[in-house]
Every structure is written in structure tokens, then in C-alpha cells.
Design a protein. Structure first.
Length: 359
């Protein structure tokens, strides 16, 4: 199977920075390339960009239908966003939009960035008070998640999954590394006190600081990469967040101690090599860039292209019964996942694996 690594990188640079496309456009008529674009979560992005630039693409009629459905879903999600913001403000809770439409606005054409749900940061202080407010306001919701089952409380309003909201207690947890988690949560509390606003459907909506987006979007991509694989679309989000934050005073000085406390500086720099050398982010816009990351950066890019989003799947199912069998399953899964991580980041993999086993 051809992976089209150069072509995918060229398409991303064209979409992100309006660069001239350095590939044969006739490849956009090939099914194999589109299979790879779907793997990288880039199909909507590339289809809309190509059609806007009058470039022929495979199954253009169906792609136009898909684009229309995606943009309609975005309008539904934005309507839900302003509903939730207005509702929670009435109860003196100020939600902060993370990901979604706020990230789309970083793109030269926001329509190319699709998203599936509304993600709002509530914070631990207001989280328990928020849940009954949401339940009471949406009694006909199709489904609610467990109230304390993880990072967020989820609401699905319709069976078509057209309107979904995730209301976050925290944005991310480093569950098995207490010191790293403490550093990240401290950074979150500090930066969430420095919110900005955007206007959505004539309503002011709070969004995180530029410094926070610089780290959080990376952490979100890393979470997917470490478990099952991440698409380059998420790295495109991160590149644009860093581009947006390039003028922030002392951004590197803000991020470096947090990354070191989380044992993630080397990982940050290796992913950054991909952003600069493959996705076209100017080197001076990447905080803490390291020229020594070339070999490891190439290895990382190969993995990103090979697996894409969710492509590195653990092949076994968790036993439905038997406590010992379930524990052995978990141990084997974690061992294989960390062995995979150790190919690129042995120090972090060993540190986290030991923490999982003994802390």
C-alpha cells in the first residue's frame, strides 16, 4: 500500500499556509490517496480546499454532499454551544470552549476544519454543580454519560449524534504520573484565568489563552498517538495554534518548565521537528526547537503516516469475566503500548510504565 507521505505533507502545507501545491493534482483522482487522507482525518479538509481551487477530485458529487452535511452539523453544534454558554452563565458558571470552532478560526478558511462535538472546560470547582443544571435543561436528551466516569460529562441530544457536548472537569489527566499531572493541572488553572473571547452567533464565548492552546492541543494529539495513533489533522491544529501564539512574550519560558516536569520536552521537540520540516511551520515559531531531532523526527513522521488516527489497534478484547484474566489483559496491553512508545521515547515510556505498575 502506497502511503503518499510527501503528497499528504504537500496538501497540508497548501491548506495551512496557501503554499503552491507541489504534487501532481491528478493524484486527487486516486482512491488510494483518499484512503490515506481519511486515515489522517484530512478528507473533508482536502476536498473542500480542492473544490474551492477548482481542482478535480475523486467522487466530487459525493464529496460536495459530505461537505454540506459537515457544515450543517457545525451550525447545529455552534447553536448548541451558545445555548450551553448562555445557560451556564445564568447559573454563574463561565464555560471555556476548547477545540472545535475556536480551532477552526485559526485556519485560513475555517470551513476546512470539521469537528464533531462541543467541548467546554468547566473546571473541578463547578463541575458537580454543573451536572444537574444540564440534566434539568435537557430532559429529552438521547443519552448522558456517567457523571464521574472520567475527564468529562457527555450529553448526546439526538440519536444521529448531530449535537453532542462534552463538559470537562479537567482537560487532560496524566493519571499514572502524579507529579507530571500536578504540573499540568497547575498550568491549566493559571492559564484558564487568562481567557480570550470569540463571537459565535452573536454570543461572546470564552476560549483559552494562546499559551494554553500551545500546550493543550499538543497534549491532546499526544494522548491519541500514545494509545492508538493520531492523524496529521490534529498536528495541523497544533501548528496553527503555535503560529497564532508566535508573538506571545516569553512563550518558551512559560512552556519549558511544564514540559520538563511532565518528562515531555524531548517528545515536544520531536513532534515539533515534524511541524517545522514536514508541515511548514516557521522554525522561529516553534518554542524550544531542537536541530538534533532530525533522525527521530523522520521516524516519528513515518509512524504518523503509517498509522494515522486510531490505526495502531491492540488486537485483543478485554475478557468479560475473571478478575485475574482482566488484570493480565491490562498488563499485556500496557506492556505492548509502552514497548511501542519506547522505540521513539524510551525514557518517557520507562518512566510511565514503572508508574503504571507501582504507583
Amino acid at each position: 500500500m502506497k502511503l503518499y507521505s510527501d503528497e499528504i505533507a504537500a496538501l497540508l502545507r497548501a491548506v495551512l499556509w496557501n503554499e503552491p501545491l507541489t504534487m501532481d493534482v491528478s493524484l486527487l483522482m486516486q482512491r488510494e490517496l483518499w484512503n490515506q487522507l481519511y486515515r489522517q482525518q484530512m478528507a473533508h479538509m482536502v476536498a473542500l480546499w480542492a473544490l474551492n481551487n477548482h481542482i478535480p477530485i475523486l467522487q466530487s458529487a459525493q464529496q460536495k454532499i459530505n461537505i454540506a452535511i459537515t457544515l450543517q452539523r457545525r451550525e447545529h453544534q455552534n447553536a448548541l454551544l451558545v445555548e450551553l454558554v448562555s445557560l451556564l452563565r445564568k447559573h454563574h458558571i463561565e464555560p471555556i470552549l476548547i477545540k472545535g470552532y475556536a480551532i477552526a478560526l485559526l485556519y485560513p478558511n475555517p470551513d476546512v476544519r470539521d469537528f464533531a462535538d462541543v467541548d467546554l472546560y468547566i473546571g473541578e470547582e463547578d463541575y458537580d454543580r454543573m451536572i444537574p443544571i444540564i440534566r434539568d435543561a435537557y430532559p429529552q436528551a438521547h443519552w448522558f454519560s456517567e457523571e464521574h466516569g472520567g475527564l468529562h460529562f457527555t450529553m448526546v441530544l439526538d440519536e444521529n449524534n448531530d449535537r453532542i457536548a462534552e463538559l470537562h472537569r479537567v482537560t487532560m489527566e496524566l493519571t499514572h504520573m502524579p507529579r507530571a499531572n500536578k504540573a499540568y493541572q497547575r498550568f491549566t488553572l493559571c492559564e484558564m484565568a487568562k481567557t480570550r473571547t470569540i463571537i459565535v452567533n452573536n454570543v461572546s464565548v470564552s476560549i483559552p489563552s494562546k499559551a494554553y492552546n500551545s500546550l493543550y492541543i499538543f497534549m491532546h494529539a499526544w494522548h491519541h498517538f500514545a494509545s492508538s495513533g493520531v492523524g496529521l489533522r490534529q498536528l495541523a491544529d497544533w501548528a496553527l495554534a503555535l503560529h497564532d501564539a508566535a508573538s506571545e512574550y516569553e512563550l518558551a519560558q512559560i512552556l519549558e518548565p511544564v514540559l520538563k516536569q511532565m518528562h515531555m520536552l524531548e517528545i515536544w521537540q520531536t513532534f515539533g521537528w515534524v511541524l517545522v520540516n514536514k508541515l511548514g511551520l516557521p522554525k522561529n515559531e516553534f518554542p524550544l526547537y531542537n536541530n538534533l531531532s532530525d533522525r527521530k523526527g523522520e521516524q516519528l513522521f513515518s509512524q504518523l503516516i503509517q498509522y494515522g488516527h486510531g490505526g495502531r489497534v491492540y488486537p485483543y478484547q478485554r475478557p468479560t469475566s475473571g478478575r485475574l484474566k482482566q488484570k493480565l489483559y491490562t498488563l499485556r496491553r500496557l506492556t505492548i503500548q509502552h514497548a511501542q512508545l519506547a522505540k521513539l521515547f524510551p525514557k518517557f515510556a520507562i518512566c510511565e510504565y514503572v508508574s503504571v505498575l507501582f504507583l
